[in-house]
Design a protein around this ligand. Sequence first.
Ligand code: SAH
Length: 506
Amino acid sequence: MNAPGVVYLVGAGPWAPGLLTLRGAQVLGRADVVVYDYLANPELLRHCPRAETILVGEGPHRKTQAEINDLLVELGLAGRVVVRLKGGDPFVFGRGGEEAEALAGAGVPFEVVPGVTAAIAGAAYAGIPVTHRGFGPTLTLVTGHGKADQDPIAGVDWAAVARMSTVALYMAARNLPAIASALMAAGRSPETPVAMVRWATRVDQQTLVSTLGEAAADAERAGLAAPMTVVVGEVVRLRETIRWFERRALHGLRIVVTRSAGQSGPFVERLDDLGAECILLPTIEFAPPRDAAPLTEALGRLDTYDWVIFTSANGVDFALDALRAAGRDARAFGRARIACIGPATARRLAERGLLADRVPETFVAEALLEQFVAEGITGRRYLLLRAEVAREILPDALRAGGGAVDVVVAYRTQAAVVEPAALARIRRGEVDVLTFTASSTVRHFCDLVGPEAVAALQARVPALCIGPVTAETARDAGFRVAATAESFTIPGLVDALVAWRGGGAN
Ligand code: SAH
């Protein structure tokens, strides 16, 4: 027989991926099987890219609790490292206790990793502290849904609950009318404020504030259904002052990001912070040049140039990787000076241990050119390391000015493999704004999405662009460009989005 494995009962938190604990992420990283349910955000599975995953939640995948217990025991006894990933906290109305009992009974080692429970997180994201010294001394967690064979609310002493200051209800969507009546019958005022929070911590979290007397009717009118948590008590009044979630500058805005997967990280993180929902459609990815020889040759004579010019962070990466692959390092630049077209390129260069001698204030080729003109071009030698397809303005102008220019392809862009769900969503038009960070992203976006859906989007959805060149490409392709970043950078594009949103757009 195998040595038994281990089962981690892990709280996934309410939904937002950042609310998983560090311990949770750590054990996911070492799991070989993950058993998760529908209230656990599937995005968390990126912490366990190599694990087998089993969904045991709603719908066709539904298993009974006894079946889940048996599955965990079986996997544990087979020597597997198992994560049982459960929404919120595993021991708060999550039946994690039953799973732990089964594991203990079968002698399978296990560990419990607590999680952020839905009602507390939902209240916090609604701007409601579940306890506050000004509003009473207790927090009571109650289920509004008992065991299947029982009267759902008969098992609770509602008269006792009614006397508690803050009451947080789980699984109460269906029984809200009966629960509210029971609390009022026990003497809780119909004026008591109530907050109902649906899909807490998700970008589309809905929060509805009402009173005990009106909550059930209001919820029905608003079509508010499970999963939601309900907070009853005077603390709900603090929401007016403390609400923060909906106040973020890009709250709820559905933004299509067309950057390559490798480059979109910081952009997406910033948009997330501002409350936007990013729909990732990486249109391009980067690859080494088809013919490596010209790059290798140019890198072999770097110190014969007066200027080596980088036009993108990718160019830096691919060129320096190729240099390294050829067994050489930064000393190969010798006396050559280095120019970058913009600060992001210069930053990447600095990360790789080289400081640019020249970075223009505005980030287009023309600005760089002006500085070359000012010091004199005639007789100088330039190496331009760049993408396969790029504008000719810089080399043309340098040559016209009497310079010797080698233009060498450091990398090329190619269409990316996209996620079907994101593509389908964009085709259905479930987006508010498109972002383009390079002309190539415009072209590849149109190819990926297809002419019909593109036409429908163009009629309704504005585009924001990183700079004038990209904006022109987007306009030529038929997009309505609502704003362009002033600084031609990603932070500039974020600023443009915020200004555009603030201007009452959307
Ligand atoms: N163990 C979970 C609770 C599971 S019971 C926890 O600690 O949060 C299921 C109930 O939890 C739902 O009916 C709902 O009341 C609440 N719930 C879970 N996730 C939620 C979410 N994202 N938003 C609002 N309520 C949620």
